[in-house]
Design a protein around this ligand. Structure first.
Ligand SMILES: [Zn+2]
Length: 345
């Protein structure tokens, strides 16, 4: 996979290449930016460039054909280590970090260097971070650590100060639409552009939103919230729970679905705030526009603001693996309290 297949991040490639050419490639990188903009894909690509056995590091351009490149592509390279938060944990366990550091200290199996990708460092607690500091500060010669998080502010200062922070911006809508067409997520340009606009620059979310099941569920929920009678919280919990479970047995897949919906809720309430402020709501969908207009008529802006915050708060707890059903019960209870109230006179 060449760099040009990773759209929208040319600036980052240029910066890293300049560092490589100057012979001062950082030994620890902290990738930050919104979820779903391609940080993980980019990290794997960078690892391939660093482990390529044909092309010089200064080019930072993997050949894609040598044994090193092929093994990275296939996920079998012995010197590319990966660590992250296990599915059932709320934090990145100290043991994961300790094991990674131990393995990172061994001699590279293919004689080059070791590269490690550490996912979800947002969830690294102080204890795990402390276990990591020595390796972060003095990795073995040539070794490179790539940490993935959403923002530098969420990391401990001791971690950030030992890393070169690389920021990833959300993809511009046209780049994202092109990516969706290339990957076959959307069949035609208009559909791709609609998804790209809804996805706020995130490939991951665009892929999720392309799911027709989600489209149907989303429509029902939004229209319900905007309807005269409001929502029945118990019914909504049951429906969202069932919708999540359609994703399969795996908890991560279920949580992804719930998170997509929570983002859609937050977007809906943001749209209502825009409308109240006399601005055009950012949603291109005419049905959404109608729902937004109805909610803007009925609700006080401060309530809408609280609802938007509430949806993002629930999203945070879903990420942290809190009990899904309990979390949804509390969310829909709070939503119903506001939207089921009689409208403004
Ligand atoms: Zn190669």
């Amino acid at each position: 996979m060449p760099w040009h297949s990773i759209r929208g991040h040319d600036r980052v490639v240029d910066e890293l290449r300049t560092a490589a050419r100057s012979g001062r490639f950082p030994h620890a990188l902290l990738f930050v930016g919104p979820e779903g903009v391609g940080k993980r894909t980019f990290a794997r690509k960078l690892a391939q460039a660093l482990l390529c056995e044909e092309r010089p590091e200064a080019d930072l351009d993997p050949c894609g054909a040598c044994a090193g490149c092929v093994q990275v592509e296939g996920g079998t390279h012995p010197d590319l280590l990966a660590a992250g938060r296990p599915e059932d944990k709320q934090e990145l366990p100290i043991k994961v970090i300790r094991d990674l550091c131990d393995e990172f200290g061994l001699k590279p199996a293919r004689g080059g260097r070791k590269v490690a990708i550490v996912d979800d460092v947002d969830s690294m607690n102080e204890e795990a971070a402390n276990a990591f500091l020595k390796t972060l500060e003095e990795p073995p010669p040539g070794a490179v650590l790539i940490l993935l998080g959403t923002s530098a502010e969420r990391q401990l200062e001791t971690v950030v100060s030992r890393c070169q922070v690389v920021r990833f911006e959300p993809l511009p809508a046209d780049e994202l639409a092109a990516t969706l067409l290339e990957r076959g997520v959307a069949a035609e340009p208009a559909e791709a552009m609609k998804l790209a606009t809804l996805a706020d620059g995130s490939v991951g979310r665009a892929v999720g939103l392309a799911d027709p099941e989600l489209g149907r569920y989303r429509r029902d929920l939004i229209d319900g919230l905007a309807s005269e009678g409001g929502i029945d919280p118990a019914e909504q919990v049951k429906r969202l729970d069932a919708f999540a479970k359609q994703a399969g047995k795996e908890s991560a897949a279920q949580r992804r679905r719930v998170r997509l919906m929570l983002w859609e809720l937050a977007r809906l309430f943001r749209g209502v705030l825009w409308q109240t402020a006399g601005l055009e709501p950012p949603s291109p969908d005419p049905d959404d526009r109608r729902a937004i207009a109805r909610l803007a008529e009925r609700l006080e802006p401060e309530d809408v603001f609280i609802l938007a915050e509430r949806a993002m708060d629930a999203d945070f707890h879903v990420q942290r693996n809190l009990n899904l059903t309990m979390l949804l019960e509390s969310l829909f209870h709070d939503l119903a309290k506001v939207v089921n109230r009689p409208g403004r006179p």
